[in-house]
Every structure is written in structure tokens, then in C-alpha cells.
Design a protein around this ligand. Structure first.
Ligand SMILES: [Cu+2]
Length: 478
């Protein structure tokens, strides 16, 4: 998953010459690129896989591979994916972060019926805006069984200049047949209150009882586990762009590249004023584009601490061409390193939206659970018995998160980007995101413009928290 930018530019130039566009005009002078329909065929099926280290096991896959095939298109293209289900249960695909039309959003029983075994469903939507995205199944625990992949939308008029680009999916794996759910246990029956809740939902069997999070066997990048991970080969002087995507089910990573700092340029597909950092924290469902300048020849590791503590487990070598292959140098996580936070970021292009006064609606969202409860809740309620957050088209809507639990929750809103409320910045510089980590005991507010009618899922992107109830639905009233 590597593209040399020089090669890419040469190819583009060749295409421009062939089509007779003026070659030396600046990009904005070119006529609008012709939009093309890009078709993909995805077959969801079980397959034997090996991550390069550890045993063979049976994962749930798109086209027999983990992660699924890369979708890479140009902004404005039409993406058409024909999904055929060869799994033993229903499935869907969700286009994480993309504000697609509601019927294409891939949430079972909210936007579509699951695609049942033997059936085919065609997803079709416009690729916009440019950026780094993930696609994944939104049914049961299929995400943690291997059903995810990268979706990259290149800008129609590139403004960035870099020499190399790598797309890196950061993955947590249970290397057992069936993936993550093969390592979980159902919670034992709880007290009277819990039983009351279950009875109300008509669920007295163990089925439907929340699962404990698995203990992961290892962490992979693009389906390869260190030392089998494919090294990133760079040359001295290169400007290197990394697209960092976290489709993991339950792992937050603190990433550091030994011998180099990272400059963050995009959060969840949206450009920000570049911020230099030593450590980059990325939660489930988040994407960051970051660059580094290859100015320190050697053999280095890009590595992560999982969950912000413990031993480095996710590792990928960064190797300079021509440097003798010696043991790569791992980053050292120590006090005093810079760790960029949401509050350090501001939008690269100020929004032109005229904003004034308070939001039209505000929804407090208290996040609780864990400790002695098998459920994870928003405002004390368990999906699907949770609130419906009613909005009207054109309104500015606030969500005020307050995390009452001891776990971080990466909260994700479908169908919209939201602004992260930051009192230290003018509103037009607030960053746009679609997933935001709310830390233990933290209060965070977001605001979104209700501009995409439909029923939209809103949930914690820890898969095991989501399945244990931490979700609700934003609905548009007419
Ligand atoms: Cu959570």
C-alpha cells in the first residue's frame, strides 16, 4: 500500500498529456476532472489467514484477505460496491466517516436490513470529501473478526507535496478461529436490576448478554505482525505521508517514530494547521494523516503502546534505502514527550458558516458503565432502549459528553462531521471530526449541523461497549 508521489505525478501528467489538457496550467485552471464510476466487488466469506507471525486461523474477510482490499478513488468519483454475502449470518458495510446518503450507511435495522447469506447488495455514493477513511461491517462482532479495510479519497486538486505515502491500518487480533469473539466470555448473570433490564428487553437467555472484551494476542499493521510487517522504505530527504487508520475493536494506540517527530496534517479526513508531535494518540475509528521528513538515516521502528500504557506491541520498521539492515531502534516512551491533543489543533481553512448564539438544541450525553455492570450506557440507557435524539434539518446541534466511567470512549456520529467545541479558539477555527475520544471523567462538547436527513447511529467505537448498549440514534423530524 505504497505509492511514490513522484510516480503518481508522472502518471497523472501522462494522462493529462494524453487527454490534451494544458500541462503547465496551475491545478485550479484545469477544467473539473471527469467523474468516473469506480466499481468494486466484495465477497464476504470466512478464510484461513496468517498474520506472518503466530498460527493460521479462520477470519471473516472481504475477498479472502485481511484487511479488506483498499478502495482508492478521486474526490467526486462515484463508488459502487457490490457486496455478496457468503457468511453464515447477515452482514452490512458501513463507510466510516463519510457523510453518505442515509440508505447507504450500512447500519442493520437503522438504515437497512442486513444482507443475508447468498444475497447481494449494491452500495453507491459519491466520494466526498477527500481524506482517509475506513469501511467495516456494522453487524454483531464482525468488525473484530476481520471485516474492515481502508478507503482513501484523493483530492481532485492536490495541494500537498510529498514523496511517498503509506496507508497503515492498526489492528488488534485474537488469532483464533472466529477472531476477537473467540476469546470472550459472556458475563455471568447479574443482580436483580440487571435481570429486570433483561426481562424488559425480552432476553433471559445468555444470548444477548454483553461480552467481556477479549485479550488480544497481538497487533498488526495491514494484516502483518512484527517482525513480518512490511517495512516502510524511505530515502534520505523524502517527505513521507502516513495515513494512520485505527479499525481496531478495542485498542487505543500511542504511536511514536524513533528518531523522528511527526507532523499531523489531517484529523478524520479534515485538514488542520500542521502540529508537530512526538506521540500521536489514535482511538478506534479515528484517522490521522501525519508527515515526517526522512532526515535521520537508519533503521527505526514506528511503534505503539496499547492503551497508553504497557509494553510496545504494535511495531513497523522504517528503513532508509542503502542503510545496512541492523536491528531497528525502538522509540522510548518517557516523560516529557510532546503528545498532541485535540485542543492543540485548529482547522486549516476557517469555516465560512455564519455561527452566532447558542446551538438550536443541546443533548447531554452521560457515558457510564463498567465496574460492576455488564452494560455500557448513554444517559443510563441501553441500546435499543435508548433515547432518540430528535433534530430538524438546518439546526445546529450540541452533544455534551460527560464520561462518568473509568474507560475512554471514542464516540462516533454517523453521517456528519462535527466541530469540537474549544473555548480557546474562535468558532471558525474549531476542528471537524467524526470520532472523538472522551476520557474518563472528562467533559467534551461537539456541535454538528443537521444537514443530512435520516436516522443516524451514534455510539462508542469500542465494539464491545457498543454491543453492550452504548449507542443511540439521531433522528430528523420534518
Ligand atoms: Cu466505550
Amino acid at each position: 500500500m505504497k505509492i511514490s508521489r513522484r510516480t503518481f505525478l508522472k502518471t497523472t501528467l501522462g494522462a493529462v498529456l494524453a487527454t490534451g489538457f494544458p500541462v503547465f496550467s496551475p491545478p485550479h485552471a484545469l477544467s473539473k476532472p471527469k467523474r468516473s464510476v469506480r466499481e468494486f466487488r466484495f465477497s464476504a466469506s470466512k478464510a484461513r489467514v496468517n498474520l506472518g507471525a503466530g498460527p493460521d486461523f479462520t477470519a471473516w474477510t472481504y475477498n479472502g484477505q485481511v484487511p479488506g482490499p483498499e478502495i482508492r478513488v478521486r474526490e467526486g468519483d462515484i463508488i459502487r460496491v457490490a457486496l455478496t454475502n457468503h457468511l453464515p449470518e447477515g452482514t452490512t458495510i458501513h463507510w466510516h466517516g463519510l457523510p453518505v446518503p442515509n440508505a447507504m450507511d450500512g447500519v442493520p435495522e437503522v438504515t437497512q436490513k442486513p444482507v443475508m447469506p447468498g444475497e447481494t447488495f449494491v452500495y453507491e455514493f459519491e466520494a466526498r470529501p477527500a481524506g482517509s477513511y475506513i469501511y467495516h461491517s456494522h453487524v454483531n462482532y464482525q468488525l473484530d473478526q476481520g471485516l474492515y479495510g481502508p478507503l482513501i479519497i484523493e483530492p481532485s486538486h492536490p495541494r500537498e507535496v510529498y514523496d511517498r505515502e503509506f496507508t497503515l491500518l492498526l489492528e488488534d487480533w485474537v488469532m483464533k478461529d472466529g477472531g476477537g469473539i473467540a476469546d470472550t466470555k459472556r458475563r455471568p448473570p447479574m443482580g436483580m436490576m440487571m435481570r429486570g433490564m433483561m426481562r424488559r428487553r425480552g432476553r433471559l437467555s445468555t444470548r444477548g448478554r454483553p461480552l467481556l472484551e477479549p485479550v488480544y494476542d497481538g497487533y498488526a499493521v495491514n494484516g502483518r505482525m512484527y517482525p513480518a510487517a512490511k517495512p516502510l522504505i524511505v530515502s534520505k530527504g523524502d517527505r513521507v505521508k502516513l495515513r494512520l487508520l485505527n479499525p481496531s475493536s478495542a485498542s487505543i494506540y500511542d504511536l511514536q517514530l524513533a528518531g523522528h517527530s511527526l507532523t499531523i496534517t489531517h484529523v478524520d479526513a479534515n485538514p488542520i494547521k500542521p502540529v508537530e508531535t512526538d506521540v500521536l494518540r489514535i482511538g478506534m475509528g479515528e484517522r490521522y494523516d501525519a508527515e515526517f521528513v526522512a532526515n535521520n538515516p537508519g533503521h527505526w521502528l514506528l511503534a505503539a503502546r496499547e492503551g497508553g500504557f504497557g509494553e510496545g506491541m504494535l511495531r513497523i520498521p522504517v528503513q532508509y534505502g542503502g542503510v545496512r539492515r541492523e536491528e531497528p531502534v525502538a522509540p522510548i516512551f518517557r516523560r516529557g514527550l510532546r503528545l498532541a491533543a485535540y485542543w492543540d489543533f485548529q482547522a486549516l481553512y476557517p469555516s465560512d458558516e455564519a455561527v452566532s448564539g447558542p446551538a438550536d438544541r443541546s443533548y447531554p450525553q452521560t457515558l457510564s458503565g463498567g465496574m460492576h455492570s455488564p452494560f455500557w450506557t448513554i444517559n443510563g440507557r441501553v441500546y435499543p432502549d435508548s433515547e432518540r435524539l430528535v433534530v430538524r434539518k438546518g439546526e445546529r446541534v450540541r452533544m455534551a459528553y460527560w464520561n462518568h466511567s473509568m474507560m475512554p470512549h471514542p464516540m462516533h456520529l454517523h453521517g456528519h462531521f462535527f466541530k469540537v467545541v474549544n473555548a480557546s479558539l474562535p468558532e471558525r477555527r474549531w476542528i471537524l471530526k467524526d470520532t472523538i475520544i472522551v476520557d474518563p471523567m472528562e467533559r467534551v462538547e461537539i456541535e454538528f449541523l443537521a444537514d443530512n436527513p435520516g436516522d443516524w447511529f451514534h455510539h462508542c467505537h469500542n465494539l464491545y461497549h457498543m454491543e453492550a448498549g452504548m449507542a443511540n440514534v439521531v433522528v430528523y423530524e420534518s
